[in-house]
Design a protein. Sequence first.
Length: 445
Amino acid sequence: MKKVITYGTYDLFHEGHYNLLKNAKSLGDYLIVGVTSDYFDRLRGKFNVRESLMQRIENVRATGFADEIIVEEYFGQKIDDIRKFNIDIFTVGSDWKGYFDYLHEYCEVHYLPRTDGISSTQIRNSNTLKLGIIGNEKVLDRLLDECTFVTGIEVVGAFTDLKGYDLEYRSKKFSSLKQYDSIEALIDSTDAIYINLPLSERDAIIDKVLDGKRHILTEFPFSTSVLKTKELLNKAKDNNLILMEGLKTAYAPAFTKMIAIARSGQIGKLLNVEANFTQVLGEELSNQVRIAGGSVLSLGAYPLLAIFKLLGFNYKKLDFVSYKQNGVDILSKINLIYEESMGSATIAINAKAEGDMVVSGSKGYIYVPAPWWKTEYFELRFEDANKNQKYFYKFEGEGLRYELIEFQKCINDGVESFLMSHSDILEEVKVLEAYTNEHNVTIIV
């Protein structure tokens, strides 16, 4: 019996996929098809896969050509699979011609002709998301760079009212964007808007863009007003619009994996979460205060995300301790007390501490080294060190591509993100509002 193996993502299954599998099957008697896992696709730089792994497997199974379907999960697996399954022929599309010649050492290699005029990338790009930008803070440089890694998004231009802006903080890339004279003109030319204005201006602009019936990705924190946040989230829902907060950690693969493992019970009952995020901004301090205020408003969204994802929203007590200079909280602690657990965070915009996270459980704990908000590695640790487990996941670039991909996916699917849901946003704002209203805040000066 002659065995053939081929691999692919098989996203948005189309005629080209069908023809390739049909031709692969004709090369032998038994066809094994490897379908790439979501994580492996990200490792290879494929961030825009639309369909789930299970759906893509079903796409392949439905053709009837595959005698066996496996999941491709790591670099080098092709050699392992060829040996494991005693493969006679490896085959793949001709756009990879020459790339897999190294497999000649293990089996025959065939490059099959591709179907002209169709590809998954073309299908994705046929409905390109036209993105506009309101604001020109420094994060804009990073966002524009990250957009180049996400297919199907076209940045069409930007609008900013320069009154009150120090031109020193203008994006280097801002001048290269098409400039719109008004928000209304920008809205008319786009499908969605990214907002990176100072916190004090965001609520009004979000409201205005929602009135224009456009999807929104806004920088964190979302707001400091619970009432206004409810109004905006409800308006978005009522108009079938995606309104999403751009807190990159929420969408990062390693962070979501860590949350899933912690909630699975592997370290037992979750008892305590300690998450720290500190910076020494120095000369940049005044600019950060202008954008979002002190430590709680600037950075609190990150540890709150981790605490809420791990312990939930039903805390019984919330309090703060802040060290202030010239009326600005440059270092703060947030404490949340639950019925049977607790969460705490140390955050600072002009002081430094270890930026790690520890999730304590009744059987063991999870350690995430600094910077945990760019999670790439974490470890499960137990009393018996032989049971320790280490996990490694690549954090690509600045991480903004993850939120852009999720934003695009939510728009295409017509559903809010479960990674950073409206409930997550609202609970974050409740804490920030409590702080701004000086509820249970101890001040050290």
